[in-house]
Every structure is written in C-alpha cells, then in structure tokens.
Design a binder for this molecule. Structure first.
Ligand code: UD1
Ligand code: BG6
Length: 371
C-alpha cells in the first residue's frame, strides 16, 4: 500500500522519521533526568562479553547493507577499541579470506536472504567465529542461522533501492557500538551525547525531508547528465558510496562515490567545467580538509554541489559559485543518516524525470538469492 505516494521508494524515503522511531523503540533506556542514557539490545545482551573479548569485528554484507556498515565503522572503532574490518560478502568468499574463532562476524542484510551474505555466514560458522545478524526480516535465513543479532524493525521495504533500511541499519549499528562500549567510563559522556542525538534524530530527518522540492529542482538541472561524482570522507565516505549507488541503480546514471582523501590519486583528472560533483562537507573533524578539497575542485572549475551544515554556505562556497544543500547538523557519527536523505531524494526525482521505473530498476532484484 503506497498510501498517498506514487512510488514505494518515495513512501519509504518519507517514512524514515517513523521507521527510525520504530528501530529505536524500547532500546534507549531512560535515566533519572527523563533522558535516555543507555541502550538495550535484547538480542545481544547475553553475547556482549564475548563480543568485547573478540580480537576483531568484521562486517560482511552486499550493496546498501555494506555501505551502512561502512558508515557505522568509525563509531564502532571509537567506542569498542576493537579493530573493525569490512568485507563484501562475495569478495570474502572469492579470497577465502581468514576468519578466526576470536572474530565477531556481523552479517548485515535487509532481506536476510542474500545468497552471497548467506554463503559468507556459512563460511564464518565453519571457521568458528561468533556470528551476529543485523536484518530487517524476522525468520529470515540470516536471522535463523546467526548465533544472535538485532532486528532493525524498519517495516517491510518494497522498493528495490534500499532507503529506510539503510538509515535503520546505521542506527542499529550505532546502538551496537554504544552497547559494546557500555563498560568504558572514559567514553560515558560521548555515549550520552550520542544517545541524546539518537532521540532527536527522527525530528532532524523530518527537517531534512523538507529539501524535497529543492532536490527535485536539482534533479531537473542534472536530468541529461552522463555522470555524477560524489565526494565524501570520514563518517560520510559511506554516504558518498550510498548516494552514488542510489543514482546508478534507479536513475540509471553513471555515478561514483569517491573518498575525498584519494582525490589527488586519480579522480582529479576527471574534473572539468561540465562534470557535476557533489561534495559532502558537513561539520565534523574532517571539515577543514573538505574545505581544501572544495578549493582545489573550484580551482579546476569543477561544477560543485556542496552539502554543508545549516549556516555554513559562506564557509564552503568559494566566491558563491556553487550550489549548496544545507542540512541540519547532528552528532558526527549520526550525520550519515541525515546526509543520505537529500541524495535519496535526488536519485528518486532523477529517476522519475528521466522516465525510468523507480521501484523495479532494470535488471535488479530486491533480494538476490542466487550467486
Ligand atoms: C524481542 C521481540 C520483540 C519484543 C521484544 C520485547 C522478536 C522477533 N522480537 O525484541 O517482538 O517486543 O523482544 O522485549 O520476537 N536474532 C538473531 N539474528 C538476527 C536477528 C535477531 O539471532 O539476525 C535473534 C536475537 O539474538 C534475539 C531474537 O533474534 O534472540 C530477537 O531479536 P530482536 O527482535 O532484535 O530482539 P528484541 O529487540 O529483544
Ligand atoms: C540487492 C538489492 O542487490 O541486494 C540492493 O538490489 C541491496 O538494494 C543488496 O542492497 C543487498 O541486500 P540485502 O537484503 O542483503 O541487504
């Protein structure tokens, strides 16, 4: 049921304030001051000790689910102090990469049925790792076959391009980081700030959704382009990859997410006055580095669309020559949840304007159950 919406993707983008609320329901525990100060993930509470003792946490997934894990990696590293590595499920299997008994392997999958991810799960089980699932589908193969896990509770997702599951996955993995780091006194203040940030997140997502018309206008400008680059770094490297994935899978436009720190090592050669480039430059520890990236792209006459925090237009847009997308600022590790939304809206409007099928893009399936 699409309700008042024309497409499932549109509906699922706009219901993110509610899906995020459902994801967090009952999992943020309120302290005396009526503020949530700790997290409770029922599916993990008996396994946290084992996870804390593991030598490595390895995230395994495909497509959007992989990107969500990449978005959560920095906060998990910070709060757990455990090395976190990333594996695309098929690549882990192609290499038969090492997985050990001392590892915690986290399988991220909206459907819980993706063949590559399931095969990687079987492989990790054989190798004796603790296997944790993060899935949207109760009773799915991944939910059944992992030792423990967390349901993201985002509600059924119909559009082939994953949107609300992505933001709920990030939130669950941020809560996972909070739960694992829960025994460290030194980071208690940081954890409480993040928990406050989680409580405010649905409202901030509602705010960023107001950019809908602005993204439609931007899509009109980009309708006939061949390609779109998206630059991000730090917490928002994943946002760049996910924004580009949305544009390519539904709008059928070539798009590449680029780690801004790698700009000089190749991508800079592509920059000219024609190729549109989105640069994500919201406030965090990488902000000044992103400002210098913008200056370098500008010096090469790049066609820039800069995403920045509210009120920062003047600090990011050199000489006022670029288009700016201003988004609400939230706690740094939660910013990817906000920043992906305008890119989801852009991909959606580009697709509709270009006349393609939004909910069932050419050649793709919601759940890929064959290798
Ligand atoms: C559970 C109930 C929820 C209820 C809540 C009340 C289910 C599915 N969830 O939610 O309806 O409101 O208690 O306290 O009945 N699991 C895996 N692998 C996965 C995902 C989950 O093994 O990929 C396991 C978990 O370890 C857990 C169970 O499935 O044992 C349910 O997980 P989850 O729904 O996340 O737990 P709660 O949030 O506690
Ligand atoms: C497919 C979908 O390729 O599988 C993507 O088209 C999705 O949207 C990917 O991200 C992984 O799916 P899942 O269900 O394992 O998260």
């Amino acid at each position: 049921n699409k309700g008042n919406y024309e497409h499932y993707m549109q509906k699922e983008i706009h219901e993110q304030p509610e899906s995020l609320r459902t994801t967090m329901r009952g999992r943020l525990i309120r302290g005396g001051s009526c503020k949530a100060k700790t997290v409770l993930l029922g599916g993990l509470k008996d396994h946290l000790k084992t996870i804390r003792r593991s030598r490595r946490i390895v995230f395994i997934g495909c497509g959007t689910s992989y990107n969500a894990a990449l978005a959560a990696r920095p906060i998990l590293e910070e709060l757990s102090g455990i090395p976190v590595t990333m594996e695309i499920a098929s690549d882990l299997l192609d290499r038969q990469g090492p997985i050990y008994r001392e590892d915690t392997a986290v399988f991220v999958s909206q459907s819980g049925e993706t063949a590559d991810t399931l095969n990687a799960l079987e492989y990790a089980l054989e190798n004796g790792a603790l296997c944790v699932g993060i899935t949207n589908t109760v009773g799915s193969a991944i939910a059944r076959n992992t030792h423990c896990g967390v349901h993201i509770n985002a509600g059924a997702e119909i559009g082939v391009a994953s949107t609300k599951a992505y933001t709920s996955q990030i939130v669950v993995m941020a809560m996972l980081a909070l739960a694992i780091g829960d025994d460290a006194i030194s980071s208690q203040g940081r954890r409480e700030t993040i928990i406050d940030g989680l409580c405010e997140l649905p409202g901030k997502v509602r705010e960023v959704l107001k950019l809908d018309q602005e993204m439609k206008d931007l899509a009109k400008l980009l309708i006939a382009e061949q390609s779109l680059l998206v630059f991000g770094r730090g917490y928002n490297y994943a946002t760049a990859l996910e924004g580009a994935l949305k544009v390519k899978e539904v709008a059928l436009m070539h798009s590449e997410g680029i780690l801004a720190g790698e700009m000089k090592h190749g991508p800079l050669a592509l920059v000219d006055e024609n190729l549109p480039i989105v640069v994500i430059a919201t406030r965090d520890a990488c902000f000044s580095k992103q400002q210098s990236v913008i200056q370098q792209l500008h010096a090469r006459k790049g066609r820039l669309i800069v995403m920045c925090s509210k009120g920062d237009s003047a600090s990011v847009c050199v000489g006022g020559s670029c288009r700016v997308i201003e988004v609400p600022q939230v706690e740094d590790c939660l910013q990817p949840v906000i920043n992906v939304v305008p890119l989801q809206l852009l991909a959606y409007h580009l697709t509709v304007l270009r006349g393609y099928n939004v909910d069932q893009p050419r050649n793709l399936a919601k759940s890929v159950t064959t290798q």
